[in-house]
Design a protein around this ligand. Structure first.
Ligand code: V47
Length: 382
């Protein structure tokens, strides 16, 4: 492997990783520049296995998008409708939203993940009642709801501080923040693709605040559009800096851009190789973030499965009723069963572990047939 790392231009970087020296921005860019995707994957896989062995996490969750009415005009978005009444605009009544959970009473769900548009007319009570109703129906379920962008929007719309918004939502049942809305932190790109929503500093400040209040969160990165390698690295390093401070980020989730039906539709979607590389670089740069997630809805199931050898240790979950990606042309299924997810993880030579949102183990099921669990060569024996 040493010879391979030399020809990939990655030997020095591998030595840094071995000696526990932190990678810097130039290393991150070098990782994106190496032509040798497999050498990059090998390094990322080594870090993944150091942390998690063959263990691969997923959860039994449901996605609820209560409204797609959104005052923001992000160029990449195919989901949002500017005003109530616009073609395709919808806002669920509280009963309709609760019903989505009620109808799944029989499912051993552990998480409800809510992401909405930025609706200009709903009262704040709509959101607190939404959470209270979910908890009434399933007191045990974890509510991972509202991106930092939504929190900032609520604060501005209802004349509250970010902290008040978070505290009120927590009192109503909020358990953690999802990672959406991060897009790309670099000002050049954010100004172009997401100019009229919460900026980078506020996004990070809201995560910092949430961590201080005892919540965990995820952070995403939308890639494969107009961002450069430097800007991807910059994004990841800002997450690493936040995490040095708070330790509240559970998972980093690169999100592959889907170009259908939005204002950036002329751009091609990122390739499978690019997707594998982004996840691998994230694993290597984000030395303080426990999990790197491949959101299979966005990457495609086959690429998510392959990514389990490129630094990824988490596949999100069953999802169910996802809209944001399917309105942007995703051809993935809208849901997978626990059995399907477990089967695809085993088929990749990894060990599936059903987790809850906070990564407590819910279920570990031994494999029925004879294919062995695989880890690659242990660190230090290569
Ligand atoms: O913020 C919107 C992205 C995000 C498109 O925290 C698009 O566990 C690609 O954040 N192409 C919402 N991406 C989804 C999200 C998420 C997903 C999975 C897990 C978690 C988690 C969070 O979806 C948005 C935006 O970045 N998005 N439109 C599009 N056309």
């Amino acid at each position: 492997m040493r010879r391979r790392l030399v020809s990939a231009g990655l030997l020095e970087l591998a030595d840094k990783l071995d000696s526990g020296t932190r990678l810097d921005a130039a290393d991150g860019v070098a990782l994106f520049q190496t032509p040798d995707t497999l050498a990059l994957g090998w390094l990322a896989n080594r870090e993944r296995e150091r942390r998690h062995g063959a263990r691969t996490y997923f959860n039994h969750n449901i996605r609820i998008e209560a409204t797609n009415v959104c005052v923001a005009s992000c160029l990449f978005c195919s989901f949002a409708r500017l005003k109530p009444g616009d073609a395709g605009a919808y806002t669920l009544s509280l009963e309709q939203a609760w019903d989505k959970l009620r109808r799944r009473q029989h499912q051993p769900l552990t998480e409800v993940h809510v992401v909405n548009g930025l609706h200009p007319d709903l009262p704040f009570d709509y959101y607190t009642e939404l959470l209270r109703g979910f908890k009434r129906i399933r007191p045990d379920v974890h509510l991972k709801c509202f991106t930092a962008v939504e929190i900032a929007f609520f604060a501005d719309l209802y004349g509250m501080t970010d902290e008040q918004v978070l505290r009120d939502l927590m009192a109503a049942g909020l358990d953690s923040l999802p990672g959406g809305g991060a897009e790309i932190f670099a000002e050049r790109v954010r100004r172009k693709i997401a100019h009229d929503k919460c900026g980078t500093e506020r996004y990070l400040a809201i995560h910092r605040l949430a961590h201080r209040l005892g919540l965990r969160s995820n952070v995403t990165m939308l890639y494969g559009h107009i961002e450069t390698a430097d800007e991807r690295v910059d994004h990841m390093l800002r997450v690493r800096t936040l995490q040095d401070e708070t330790r509240g980020v559970q998972a980093f989730i690169p999100l592959a851009f889907h170009p259908d039906h939005n204002q950036m539709r002329k751009l091609p979607a990122p390739t499978a190789v690019d997707t594998l590389r982004v996840h691998a670089v994230a694993r290597l740069l984000l030395d303080n973030v426990p999990h790197v997630k491949a959101f299979w809805i966005a990457t495609g199931v086959d690429v998510a499965q392959t990514a389990l050898w490129f630094g990824v240790d988490d596949l999100d979950g069953t999802v169910q009723e996802e809209r944001i990606y399917h309105m942007a042309g995703a051809s993935t299924p809208e849901a997978m069963s626990v059995d399907q997810i477990e089967r695809l993880i085993w088929a990749a030579g990894r060990e599936p572990i059903e987790r809850d949102t906070l990564y407590n183990v819910v279920r570990r099921r031994p494999r029925g047939d004879a294919v062995p669990r695989v880890t690659s060569v242990p660190a230090g024996h290569e």
